[in-house]
Design a binder for this molecule. Structure first.
Ligand code: HEC
Ligand code: HEC
Length: 374
């Protein structure tokens, strides 16, 4: 134990030495030209989505969003200056991590899969176990988590205050010196502007089906179709019923009655309590935030623990492997038991083809979200 602690201490010292030799990235070119520029939310959120409930005490400005974007990409937010938010949330994967578990400082890993980041302005709970309600409070978690960025807040303030770029941009965005609270506001602003709206699925919504191929249309019917239960044999047919939980233009139903937070039958024996670990209620054990399926073709691996590597494995789960004995299994799924839906190979292929229409290549290439230091 003592031995381990010593090694850790050595690593820490070594890392701090490396950090102090690192050069700051050059000042971004735009820096000189920014003023105090409010952003009209209508220019960010498409009419089809409706206007989200934005925090009234943190209006979006070009300066605030740009400051948040710099912070998102800056490894100075981690103790050894090796890990930024973007280390685990990569734009080409819709800001998810292609690894099952993410690697933070000192090679430590997270115990859940890093989800994608988009359309967060429309979400009322964050993290797989729904433990956070605001983005500004959320950002303090990864910064301080020992296995993610492991920085203390006083050290964070000290570091930001010593960097001219941040002295300048905190002044431009908030008229203040660098401080932790305004840092959380800037990050909140940047995260709110991550909007995915250009997938074929989104363009199709709610009814422009001529954009879909025949196979994708079959997949849509399965996705939105109810499962039929044969009253005599219990055999399942008809649709695959994804829409009850992954419905709406966001492919996520935030209505708690319909799987806003749900158990989708992954395990008969629960190891990660999910939402139940937060509320302490036995009726919440094994339930998780229902993810949006927009960009699902880009965000592998899947589920809170990244257990499925491919969409085929996900579809096999819902088709062939529902654990009806799972505690708190969502009624929407439980009602079909005890038989499995058993989709045919062509039905599985169609469902997958439809899921792939949700990928938004405009979003993952949007220059407004790219690393400003490159
Ligand atoms: C070491 C990897 C790692 C780093 C660094 C990291 N994250 Fe995450 N992020 C995760 C993981 C893992 C989760 C899921 C954790 C959970 O649900 O318990 C997550 C979840 C989130 C979520 C919740 C999304 C949702 O839909 O519920 C947001 C937002 C987020 N991170 C933003 C950030 C920001 C901003 C930073 C930088 C300050 C950051 N993350 C740094 C790994 C990381
Ligand atoms: C009862 C609600 C419910 C139904 C019905 C449902 N899901 Fe899910 N889905 C969830 C929940 C909850 C999760 C997260 C579970 C976890 O990680 O523990 C999830 C996760 C997923 C994921 C992983 C996404 C990611 O980013 O990791 C995919 C893909 C998915 N579902 C596809 C489908 C498809 C396809 C169908 C229809 C065949 C379907 N779901 C039906 C609730 C549901």
């Amino acid at each position: 134990m003592v031995y381990r602690g010593l090694i850790g201490w050595f690593l820490l010292t070594a890392a701090v030495v490396v950090f102090s030799c690192r050069k700051e990235p050059a000042l971004p070119k735009e820096a000189a030209t920014y003023g105090t520029t409010p952003i009209n939310p209508k220019s960010i959120f498409p009419e089809k989505y409706g206007m989200p409930a934005l925090p009234s005490d943190n209006p979006l400005t070009e300066e605030g969003v740009y400051l948040g974007r710099m912070l998102f990409y800056d490894p100075v937010l981690s103790i050894d200056s090796t890990i930024s938010c973007a280390s685990c949330h990569a734009q080409e994967h819709a800001f998810a991590d292609p690894n099952r578990y993410s690697t933070g400082v000192f090679g430590l890993t997270t115990n859940r899969n890093a989800p994608p980041l988009y359309n967060l302005a429309y979400s009322r709970v964050f993290f797989w176990d729904a433990r956070q309600k605001t983005l500004r409070e959320l950002v303090l978690e990864p910064i301080q988590a020992h296995n993610e960025m492991a920085l203390t807040l006083p050290l964070l303030k000290k570091r930001l205050s010593a960097i001219p770029r941040y002295q300048q941009w905190f002044r431009k965005a908030f008229g203040s010196e660098p401080d932790v609270f305004n840092m959380t506001l800037a990050m909140e602003q940047f995260l709110l502007t991550l909007v995915s709206k250009d997938a074929k699925f989104t363009k199709m919504w709610p009814g422009n089906f001529d954009l879909l191929t025949a196979q994708e249309l079959d997949g849509l019917r399965l996705y939105n179709g109810l499962v039929d239960v044969n009253p005599l044999t219990g055999a399942l047919s008809g649709g695959a019923d994804c829409f009850h939980c992954h419905g709406s233009v966001f492919a996520q139903a935030n209505n708690p009655n319909f799987g806003g937070i749900a158990n989708n039958g992954l395990d008969a024996v629960i190891t990660d309590k999910g939402f139940g670990g937060i509320t302490g209620r036995s009726s919440d054990i094994g339930t998780f935030k229902t993810p949006s399926l927009l960009n699902v073709g880009l965000t592998a691996p899947y589920m809170h623990d990244g257990r499925f590597t491919t969409l085929d494995e996900v579809i096999n789960h819902y088709s062939d492997q529902i654990k009806y004995a799972s505690p708190n299994l969502n009624p929407q799924i439980k009602v079909h038991g005890p038989k499995q839906r058993l989709l045919s190979p062509s039905e599985k292929a169609a469902l997958k083809a439809f899921l792939l229409t949700m990928s938004d290549t405009v979003f993952v290439n949007n220059p407004a979200y790219k690393n400003p230091f490159l």
